[in-house]
Design a protein around this ligand. Structure first.
Ligand code: NAP
Length: 243
């Protein structure tokens, strides 16, 4: 049976590239996007290349949107094999070079966590019954090395000075979700891993990033296609990195 994958935030950037590559590997891709026009355009683009794609309206920070997206997926598909939790934000006011932990407003912290953490968990929990039907489910949480407590606390690390607090804390919390969920789902043969894609030229990564989405989506795609039992790992280009 053809595998089915949901990719959140799939209308552009890493999410779109991941969806395209998974579809090229014979997987039916569900394009999760909060904006209907952008999501439908991305879906049409894949379909015009002969790829199997379906649009799902999905705003991960909106409980109603999550509920109807899960209903749509459950009525159109018997199971969900792959979930790529990719949608993510970094607040524009955060300066990548300044540690904002002393002054960041709780509003920004809450907004960032709403998308990068709480909404992601809500969606994942509601999809678990469908993922369990896969028999070999695979959840990839798109994290960041900036969520690594080991790197963030190591003065020798090149990431030590990069401290946009809300973003980094949300990704550290996401990594905690990865290891908790991986342990809980092991007996169901469902893998849960965190991916650090790399610093990539997208709206989030900015034009200053050294890498293209084509180069960088590999970490996510390899994890999504991996059929081994490897779970509870934090991975970059096939290598484990520090939590
Ligand atoms: N770029 C990097 O250097 C880098 C490095 C490490 C990790 N990452 C992670 O990679 C993931 C993808 O980032 P990217 O670089 O591809 O960024 P991007 O081009 O800005 O894409 C982000 C995607 O997330 C979507 N999104 C944001 N909030 C959402 C919400 N509430 N509900 C549904 N979708 C939402 C966006 O939709 P709209 O188009 O509607 O805004 C967009 O499709 C993120 O989790 C990010 O933290 C990126």
């Amino acid at each position: 049976m053809k595998k089915v994958a949901l990719i959140t935030g799939a209308n552009k950037g890493l999410g779109f590239q991941t969806a395209k590559e998974l579809a090229k590997n014979g997987i039916k891709v569900l394009i999760g996007a909060r904006n209907m026009e952008r999501g439908q355009t991305a879906t049409n683009q894949l379909q015009s290349e002969g790829l199997d794609a379906e649009y799902v309206q999905l705003d991960v920070s909106n409980p109603e949107s999550i509920k109807s997206a899960v209903q749509q997926i459950a009525s159109n598909h018997d199971q969900l094999d792959i979930l790529i939790n990719n949608a993510g934000i970094i607040h524009k006011d955060e300066d990548w070079q300044i540690n904002t932990v002393e002054s960041i407003p709780s509003k920004i912290l809450k907004e960032t966590f709403e998308t990068n953490f709480f909404g992601l968990i809500d969606l994942t929990q509601q999809l678990l019954p469908l993922i369990k039907k896969s028999g070999a489910g695979n959840i990839v949480n798109v994290s960041s090395i900036l969520g690594s407590l080991g790197e963030g606390n190591n003065p020798e690390s090149m990431y030590y000075t990069v401290k946009p607090f809300a973003y980094n804390a949300s990704k550290a919390a996401l990594n905690s979700f990865t290891i908790h969920l991986a342990a809980a789902l092991k007996e169901h043969n469902i893998k849960v891993n965190s991916a650090h894609p790399g610093w990539v030229r997208t709206d989030l990564g900015t034009e200053h990033a050294p890498l293209s989405v084509e180069e960088v989506a590999k970490t996510i795609i390899d994890l999504a296609l991996d059929t081994s039992k490897e779970t509870a790992k934090f991975v970059h280009l096939g290598e484990e990195i520090a939590w």
